[in-house]
Design a protein around this ligand. Sequence first.
Ligand code: RUQ
Ligand code: CUA
Length: 664
Amino acid sequence: MSRPIQRKAVFATVLTLAAVVIYACAGRSGSGNLVTGDAAQRVYVAPGHYDEFYAFLSGGYNGQVSVYGLPSGRMLKNIPVFSQNPENGYGYSEETKAMLTTSYGQVPWDDTHHTELSQTDGVPDGRWLFINGNNTPRIARIDLGTFETVEILEIPNAAGGHASPFTTPNNKYVVSATRFSVPVPNTDVAIDTYQKNFKGTLSFIKANEAGKFDIAFQILMPGYNYDLGHAGKGPSDGWFFFTSYNSEQANTKLEENASKNDKDFIAAVNYARAEQCVAGGKAKSVPASYRHNFMDDKSRVAVSEAKTSVTLLDPKDCDGVVYYLPTPKSPHGVDVDPTGQYIVAGGKLASLIPVHSFDKLVKAIADKAFETEIDGIPVLKYEAVLAGEVQKPGLGPLHTEFDGKGYAYTSFFISSEVVKWKLGTWEVVDRIPTYYSIGHLMIPGGDSKKPWGKYLVAMNKITKDRYLPTGPEMAQSAQLIDISGDKMRLLLDFPTFGEPHYAQAIPAELVKNKSQRFYSLAGNTNPWVTRSEKETGITRNGKRIDIKAIAIRSHFAPDNIEGVKLGDTVYFHITNIEQDWDIMHGFAVLGNTNAELLLQPGETRTLKWVPTRAGVYPFYCTDFCSALHQEMQGYIRVSGANATVALSGTISKKASAQLSAQQK
Ligand code: RUQ
Ligand code: CUA
């Protein structure tokens, strides 16, 4: 490493920081209040009225998804995905623990980055929302009928599932590419053997059937960092595009060592060709250890199955499957326009936005316009595939979405702005500052064939002075921008839950009418379901006690339980037997060391409890369910290990009166 290069890198960093400071200060000195005219009316959704769009914001490092209405920015729900959620017992209850099982054990947290709506013919259809876990590579499926996580698949031979879970136009596949290259299979090697031993993988996961996530194949790639991806559509259907950086293959001080090359690569993957090679026996089945977890939709009990192999395809054994498109400089986002013709890259250190042409890509392959070849992957000539460059757009381009009217919108982290430009002429037509340091931006349907190009949401990394201070860590923030006219207009700031990493949004009409109101009690096949007070009971099996109980407005049955002894493990299996929309009950016991259970109508959930002291413990309903919610309680008595108290559970007088009335 020569000194001048080091100095140059330091100078570039200083310049970058200076730019951030200048933009941040510009915001603070007053231009932050650019909201004008009827902005308040445009975002005002009167009490009792619905928003126009559902927006699904990734919670970033909180491992969850939060649901907002647009244009109001009102938060509607927080959906736990990879993180345990004590608020409803997700990941704590016996039925849901298995959702968080991985080959490393229980991993109760992850770093979510990208939400992706399922699509039909390249248009979001409101069936499912996919989301990735970045740290322990996983993808999840959320059912948009119930707004619950119903499936999680771990990705083997990968580390950092960042370019994920972007979908093909009919969810045939969602993808996951490894951010960190690692030894494949992962073994104990010296880190400085990176160039020789470390590899990337691109995983194609079948996703079009709930409960059936399955890795169709993985493609073995050079040991770069793979960052983001998007599927082709229309003419480019059958292709997938992934950005990569660190073509330098550095394994230390990447901020400098992975920023040397003028260009890195977009990997253009012909997955239709990969399918042919796999079918033709060109891929290998290799041992791999990973988990597939899913929620059975009748019992609503999660099952975790161990997977032991995966299909691995080396491009050397399948010509025509991958091509590299040289792309300046450390490209981050790669976005395909609604027509499927243009592939836009966000070179985070580049001073322009390169746009590749799919037609030219096809022609360049036919003409063999190759610069070189890397590990069996032809590198196409930059000029041969280039459609155009957006000149002087701003500093630090990251991500681009489209309005369906011929315009593209790119986020600029360093210059902290959204820039609107025209596809085909590549001219910048408008720009608007963001507060501050925007990462992703999102237009409803803006990465699909049919954007609903009315609003744009900017997701910002830093908020500084935008909200009342809350100590060293400020609220995270999104901003709503009107893109319906020629000029972009800022409408609203709204704080978000967790880091609003990326989002997707869809017209409310496509989701709200399918929203489920309760789970069917008759259809509940949980082995411990209790459909009425008559079915309640307590059994002892050695040191295991199972309590089958019901919750209904406004009591539990049984509600006085005796005969538990120190050394016992108690399982409370509670069924909420209500069959009415939004009638929830909760359950918690004094000193229980896990979390509460929050029971949706018709569902059974189980709390494991190991009492450690003799005494009498109250349990109660935690969700204010009725006027007599505070009466919804009971006691469980715990006796010494050698006590002779008989096992019994009584129902309250009120419940017993109801029961005998029913039996008449
Ligand atoms: S990408 S750093 Cu979505 Cu901009 Cu994760
Ligand atoms: Cu049930 Cu409160």
